[in-house]
Write a protein that binds this ligand. Sequence first.
Ligand code: NAD
Ligand code: GLY
Length: 360
Amino acid sequence: MKVLQVELGERSYPIYIGSDLLSQPTLLIQHIKAKQVLVVTNSTIAPLYLESVLQQLSDYSVETVILPDGEQYKTLEYVTQIFDKLLAQKFSRNSTLIALGGGVIGDMGGFAAACYQRGIAFIQIPTTLLAQVDSSVGGKTGVNHPLGKNMIGAFYQPQCVLADANVLDTLDDRQLSAGLAEVIKYGLIRDAEFFVWLEDNMPALLARDKAALAYAIEQSCLNKAQVVAEDETETGVRATLNLGHTFGHAIETGSGYGNYLHGEAVAIGTCQAADLSRRKGWLTDADVNRIIALFEQANLPTTPPEALDSNRFLELMSVDKKNIDGQIRLILLEKIGLATLPIYVAQDLLEMTLKTYGRE
Ligand code: NAD
Ligand code: GLY
């Protein structure tokens, strides 16, 4: 097992990465301070992994909430089901919420923990590759609104993250690829060496080679932990983790939540950001082709949906947390391995990308 630390002073916490972690009770229970524990999961993950987690908690007073599965349920309405349970069972302030699932459950569970009685402890047990390499680390929690993705939420750090690579065995190939989009992101924004490693090792990752997956998870978490330690609340460098996300969120919202997986939308959005970075004179044609080729190698889409024209894209992109006074700001690439902070881009350049990239 590898243990990485997210260094945030008194709110620092460990990320445990390894195999069979769900069957090691001490790992989990050392982070639980009182008897009441709520496990939040969904209807797909519950039959697979809930029992293993409950077995570790036999000395605790445990309740569960099993939400329906899907991005379309990442709403305030469904978070209310978590509050209903916490209140009905009289959970007190020293209780712990465990989020067992992918990014949707992690974001919703974390948000419920942040809000209930103004904050109870929570633990992330991420079960998708995307959640293990990104969403479970760093304390971004929240829900979607019909007008914008992740627009309601809170920064709220977990007590620990427990990433058991074995649970990825039941993840389908499409979801595995979606997670790889965020893995590729770290190479692009701050780790050129890792990008090259990914170019060389993508076949092993797709074949679920355990050593390759373990390395990709560790390297991703290391990068994320460093960025979060430097800028917990995204006043600076943390925004680079949003490479491709403004385009991607527009694709997710504009296509109806759940139609594109988050990682798929991010893959397309990152290619659009790469195209725009080329128009700015930073990336070469060869760089852009390398980036597109790596996403394609990971079996991810790289062109935007035809149904979203440039006007609709601009409208959707105008609802984004990086924007200031309604002006779109984007993360671009100066080179492979180096992202910009959020920048304003000339409207004609942005429109050129929206109208031409992937449209021929
Ligand atoms: P997800 O949570 O919807 O999970 C994907 C699918 O895989 C679901 O159907 C789920 O039930 C299923 N699943 C989960 N674990 C499984 C397993 N081990 N075996 C079989 N099936 C399993 O999607 P995701 O890609 O994990 O997360 C996407 C969400 O994360 C989005 O809402 C996105 O906005 C959010 N996100 C948040 C952050 C953050 O920093 N908080 C970062 C990136 C993404
Ligand atoms: N996933 C982007 C962030 O955590 O900041």
